[in-house]
Write a protein that binds this ligand. Structure first.
Ligand code: SF4
Length: 314
């Protein structure tokens, strides 16, 4: 494994070795989201976005999955792997957007739109997933929605992703809840973006579909984090303004040393993602088997169906 993070400190190096040893001894796999801190990204067996991580979780033959990300991601891994042990590296890592959609609100919307189908962003709770027809991620939302049978789609919990999908679909998209959003992307507003463009006039602007509509409209490209990784590699441009959680910039810079990446807004930092603050959290989770993730079987089975439908459709 390539260790890019400048681990000069003997203690950190020691931790890296201990983590690798524990992974082998326990037949464990470490799945890490793109927004994690650099030193944790560097010990990942797989580094990716929600879709990539969900795929890896469904494919792994490891006995133990350790997830450095947030609650709904570790839950997704457990839903797909009921017989494996799943641990999350920080038990307080709860996504605020996922918490914005309550089961009761979804049931009410379903009652109001009896002919609609429900597509939920994976950034939702297991009990809400259990009530939907398919999950989606920002990488496949358009594809999943357009593959559904119904003309009306209840879509949640991110209203900005709902806006993005509505622009690319003939179907009627109803956002549930009306004001669901990711606060990290919601604060990437036009004044911040204009300032970044003023500072880096030659940079191409790539933003995440969780950003507000006017920011999406101003961007040259809109992409999920996996889409951003691909664009950074494939586009000939040398400078990029990136509108997403700033943790992704480490990966982009590492994979593209000849290019430059600037945040659209440097304060776009997710507190939930940063609950996993260091390698120590990964080490202790692996060593002690702490922060186990569980999902009641009745909910798990229904949620699994919705996640598998997404995996089939994407
Ligand atoms: S970046 Fe936004 S959607 Fe992702 S975990 Fe943080 S709050 Fe949730």
């Amino acid at each position: 494994m390539l260790i890019f993070y400048p681990i000069k400190d003997g203690v950190l190096m020691d931790l890296v070795q201990k983590i690798e040893q524990l992974k082998k001894e326990k037949n464990a796999v470490l799945l890490v989201h793109n927004y994690q801190v650099p030193e944790v990204q560097d010990v990942a067996d797989f580094l990716g976005d929600s879709l990539g991580l969900a795929r890896k979780a469904s494919e792994t033959d490891a006995d133990i999955i350790v997830f450095a990300g947030v609650d709904f991601m570790a839950e997704t891994a457990k839903i797909l792997n009921p017989d494996k042990k799943v641990f999350i590296t920080a038990k307080e890592a709860n996504c605020p957007m996922s918490a914005m959609l309550l089961k009761e609100e979804l049931l009410k919307a379903k009652k109001e739109h009896p002919d609609a189908e429900v597509v939920l962003y994976v950034n939702s709770s297991a009990e809400c997933k259990a009530l939907c027809d398919s999950c989606c991620t920002s990488a496949n939302a358009e594809k999943v929605v357009n593959a559904m049978d119904a003309d009306t789609i209840l879509f949640g919990p991110d209203k900005n992703l709902a806006y993005y999908v509505q622009k690319r679909s003939e179907k009627k998209i109803v956002a549930v809840p009306k004001d669901g959003h990711c606060y990290v992307h919601a604060i990437i507003e036009m004044p911040a973006l204009e300032l970044a463009i003023e500072k880096h006039p030659n940079a191409i602007v790539v933003v995440h579909p969780e950003c507000p509509p006017d920011v999406q409209e101003r961007a040259d490209n809109i992409a999920s984090t996996s889409g951003m990784v691909r664009l950074a590699r494939e586009l000939p441009n040398k400078e990029f303004i990136i509108g997403t959680e700033t943790g992704l910039l480490y990966r982009l810079q590492k994979e593209n040393p000849g290019k430059k990446f600037f945040p659209a807004y440097e304060h776009a930092v997710c507190r939930a993602m940063k609950q996993t603050a260091s390698l120590n959290d990964v080490y202790l989770t692996l060593k002690e088997g702490r922060n186990g993730v569980s999902v009641p079987e009745e909910i798990r089975k229904k949620a699994e169906k919705a996640i598998n439908r997404m995996l089939e459709l994407s």
